[in-house]
Design a protein around this ligand. Structure first.
Ligand code: HEM
Ligand code: HEM
Length: 183
């Protein structure tokens, strides 16, 4: 009989860690933007927009992949509230990874600021108006979603550490195959 799967597929691993690294890149780009001035500073925002739209595309692929490939079942030792918290955190991650790029895209569209996708082509703007006021309101939601993302990441990492060091199950091995399975 085939052994049950004990880690995620290569596609799931690449999507999970690829998007995680791109989120880190986004934060570094904004930090660089805030630390500089002039054309260079604006260039960092341009790259931030392109990377953010890349995250949007990858997140849509990821959701499609997840619908087609059910995730591994949670360990039987997890209590119902732990399972619920994990599910809610994971779902809200997907919501944040859609809301963040959408609000950024919509804010640029509201003021008619062009988005040049990695210098390659003009990314289409959404057909919305509203000017600066609308853009400001959308960027408020962008910033709120950033805070939510940080909160989710905190819960997620605390949960991961709990699995590894308190529950001592193989949940981290599933997503980080470099971590050996427990005997
Ligand atoms: C998952 C994708 C994204 C993440 C994680 C992200 C994250 C961030 C963060 C952390 C900030 C700083 C917020 C603050 O000052 O408190 C920011 C600002 C901003 N983001 Fe994003 N963002 C994403 C996607 C996008 C996209 C797709 C666009 C536009 C197409 C965009 C446009 C902007 C703009 C214009 C700012 C303000 C920059 C300034 O201070 O002038 N973002 N974003
Ligand atoms: C911003 C960065 C991250 C995001 C957006 C993120 C998002 C997610 C999401 C949405 C899932 C659920 C997959 C699904 O069932 O659909 C997941 C699973 C997982 N993540 Fe992350 N993650 C991030 C960083 C991390 C880090 C830093 C760690 C390790 C310390 C980690 C460890 C895991 C593990 C072990 C799982 C598998 C849980 C299971 O098997 O049920 N993640 N992540």
């Amino acid at each position: 009989m085939a052994e049950p799967r004990n880690r995620y597929s290569a596609v799931s691993l690449v999507l999970h860690w690829g998007i995680a690294v791109l989120i880190l890149v986004q934060i570094l780009l904004i930090t660089a933007h805030e630390a500089t001035e002039g054309p260079l500073s604006r260039e960092f925002v341009q790259i931030h927009k392109s990377v953010g739209l890349g995250i949007l595309l990858l997140t849509l692929v990821r959701i499609g992949w997840r619908v087609a490939n059910r995730p591994l079942p949670p360990p039987a030792t997890m209590r119902p509230w732990e399972k619920l918290l994990a599910t809610v955190t994971h779902r809200l991650f997907y919501v944040a990874l859609i809301v963040l790029p959408l609000t950024g895209w919509a804010a640029s569209s509201a003021t008619g600021r062009e988005i040049v996708f990695f210098g390659l082509f003009d990314w289409p703007l959404l057909p919305i108006g509203g000017g600066r006021d609308a853009a400001r309101a959308l960027m408020d939601v962008h910033e709120l979603a950033v805070k939510a993302l940080y909160g989710l990441l905190f819960l997620h990492v605390v949960g991961a550490l709990k699995h590894q060091f308190l529950d001592r199950d193989d949940v981290l091995h599933r997503m980080i195959p470099l971590i050996p399975r427990r005997p």
